[in-house]
Design a protein around this ligand. Structure first.
Ligand SMILES: Nc1nc2c(ncn2[C@@H]2O[C@H](COP(=O)(O)OP(=O)(O)OP(=O)(O)O)[C@@H](O)[C@H]2O)c(=O)[nH]1
Ligand SMILES: [Mg+2]
Ligand SMILES: [Zn+2]
Length: 356
C-alpha cells in the first residue's frame, strides 16, 4: 500500500481522479477543518492548507466546501509544509445535517465515510426515536450503519438484551454491539469492527463515550473526555471539532462532537430505506401522492388495520415525513403547480364555453 492508500484512497477514487489535474497537483485527505483553513494529509505529513481565492469565490453552497474526510487536489509549498487546495475529488458518500432555520442549509459532518457508528449509552441516552433519526440520515448517504451501545457496565445483561431486541424489532438487519469502555475484553472485541483502510465515523449525543472509545482504540489519552453532568446525565460537548485519525491497525476514524439535535434530513429516499415496509405498501395506495393520513384507498392505513405495520412505526414515519423539509418543499411546490394547473383548466373551459 502506498501512502495515500493507507489513508483510504482506493480504486473508487482512482477511477474518479482526473489524471491531468495531477500534473502539478497531488491528492491529499482533509483531516481537520477550522473555518476556512484545513489540515490535510498526504499519508506522510500533516499539512496546513487553504483554499484558492478562486475556489472561495466560486463556491456558493456549503456543499462545495471541503469537509473532514474529503480528498482534495493540492499544490504543495515550502517542503510540504503548506498546501493550497484547488478542488475536491468526487465524494463516495457525504454525511450532512440540516441546520435549524427557515432556509434549508446544511452542515457537513464528514465525507467518504464507509461505516457510521451510531453510539448511544445504555444509561439515559438510549432512545429508539433518536436512533431512527440517525439511521434516516445515514441511509440517505449510502453508508453502512452499525449501532454501538456504550456503558454496558451500567445496566444488567437482561435489560441490555431487551433493548437490543427492541432495536431489532424496528431495524431487523442492523448490527448492534453493547460494550463498556471500562472493560478491556469489550474494547478488544469492538476493535475488530475497525477494518484497515476503511473510514469510520463516530456519531451520537454528547457524553456517550465516543472519544473515550477512540482513546481506547489508540491506547492513549490523546483526546479530551469529560464526565457528564450529574443532574441530567447530559454530556458537556467536550469534543468541539471533527478530526480524522488513523489507528494502529490502519483503519481510519472520524470523531465527532455530540450533536445537540439532529435536523431532519432532506431526502425521502432516506426515509424509505428506514421504513421500507411502509414504503413498500405505499406503492399500492390509490393516489400516487397519497400522504397516508386521510386518503381512501391508502394501503398504508390498511396495513395498520391489518396489523402488517405497527402503529408506533407508522406514527414515527408520519412525524419524520412531516418534518422532512424536502417533503414540505415539494408539497408546497405541488400545491402551487396544482393551483396553476387549476387556473389553466378553469380558463380553458371558460374559453371553450365562451366559444359556444
Ligand atoms: N460507566 C461508563 N462510563 C463511560 C463509558 N464510556 C465513557 N464513559 C464516561 O462518559 C463520559 C463522557 O465520555 P466522552 O468520551 O467524553 O463522551 P463523548 O461522546 O466523546 O462526548 P462529546 O465529545 O461531548 O460529544 C466520560 O466521563 C467517560 O469516562 C462506559 O462505557 N461506561
Ligand atoms: Mg468527545
Ligand atoms: Zn397511502
Amino acid at each position: 500500500m502506498n501512502d495515500i492508500e493507507k489513508l483510504g484512497f482506493d480504486e473508487w477514487f482512482q477511477d474518479k481522479i482526473e489524471t491531468e489535474k495531477l500534473n502539478g497537483f497531488k491528492a491529499a485527505r482533509v483531516i481537520c477543518v477550522n473555518k476556512n483553513s484545513f489540515i490535510v494529509s498526504n499519508g506522510v505529513n500533516d499539512i496546513y492548507a487553504e483554499l484558492t481565492g478562486k475556489y472561495l469565490f466560486n463556491s456558493d453552497s456549503v456543499l462545495d466546501f471541503p469537509t473532514v474526510g474529503d480528498w482534495v487536489y493540492v499544490q504543495l509549498f515550502d517542503d510540504d509544509s503548506l498546501a493550497i487546495i484547488h478542488d475536491i475529488l468526487p465524494r463516495k458518500s457525504l454525511l450532512k445535517r440540516k441546520t435549524s432555520g427557515k432556509k434549508i442549509e446544511y452542515q457537513l459532518i464528514a465525507a467518504n465515510i464507509d461505516t457510521a457508528i451510531i453510539m448511544q449509552s445504555l444509561d439515559n441516552n438510549y432512545n429508539l426515536r433518536r436512533l431512527e433519526r440517525y439511521l434516516v440520515m445515514i441511509n440517505e448517504s449510502h453508508i453502512t450503519p452499525v449501532i454501538f451501545l456504550s456503558k454496558s457496565d451500567l445496566l444488567s445483561a437482561d435489560e441490555i438484551e431487551k433493548r437490543k431486541n427492541d432495536i431489532l424489532k424496528i431495524m431487523p438487519e442492523i448490527k448492534i454491539e453493547a460494550f463498556s469502555n471500562n472493560n478491556l475484553e469489550d474494547v478488544e472485541r469492538i476493535k475488530t469492527y475497525f477494518t484497515p483502510a476503511k473510514t469510520f465515523c463516530l456519531l451520537g449525543s454528547s457524553g456517550v463515550g465516543k472519544t473515550t472509545l477512540l482513546n481506547n482504540l489508540i491506547h492513549e489519552e490523546l483526546y479530551k473526555t469529560r464526565p457528564i453532568r450529574e443532574k441530567d446525565g447530559r454530556g458537556k460537548h467536550t469534543t468541539t471539532r471533527r478530526e480524522l485519525v488513523v489507528l494502529e491497525n490502519g483503519s481510519i476514524v472520524v470523531d465527532n462532537p455530540g450533536m445537540r439535535e439532529l435536523g431532519i434530513i432532506s431526502a425521502e429516499s432516506g426515509l424509505d430505506n428506514t421504513f421500507d415496509e411502509i414504503a413498500e405498501l405505499s406503492d399500492r395506495c390509490r393516489y400516487a401522492d397519497c400522504t397516508h393520513t386521510v386518503e381512501s384507498g391508502c394501503a398504508v392505513l390498511k396495513g395498520i388495520e391489518d396489523g402488517i405495520i405497527s402503529n408506533e412505526r407508522y406514527q414515527n414515519y408520519i412525524k419524520m415525513y412531516k418534518e422532512s423539509s424536502y417533503h414540505e418543499m415539494s408539497y408546497l411546490e405541488k400545491r402551487q403547480k396544482d393551483k396553476k394547473f387549476g387556473k389553466f383548466m378553469h380558463n380553458y373551459f371558460k374559453n371553450k364555453n365562451d366559444d359556444k
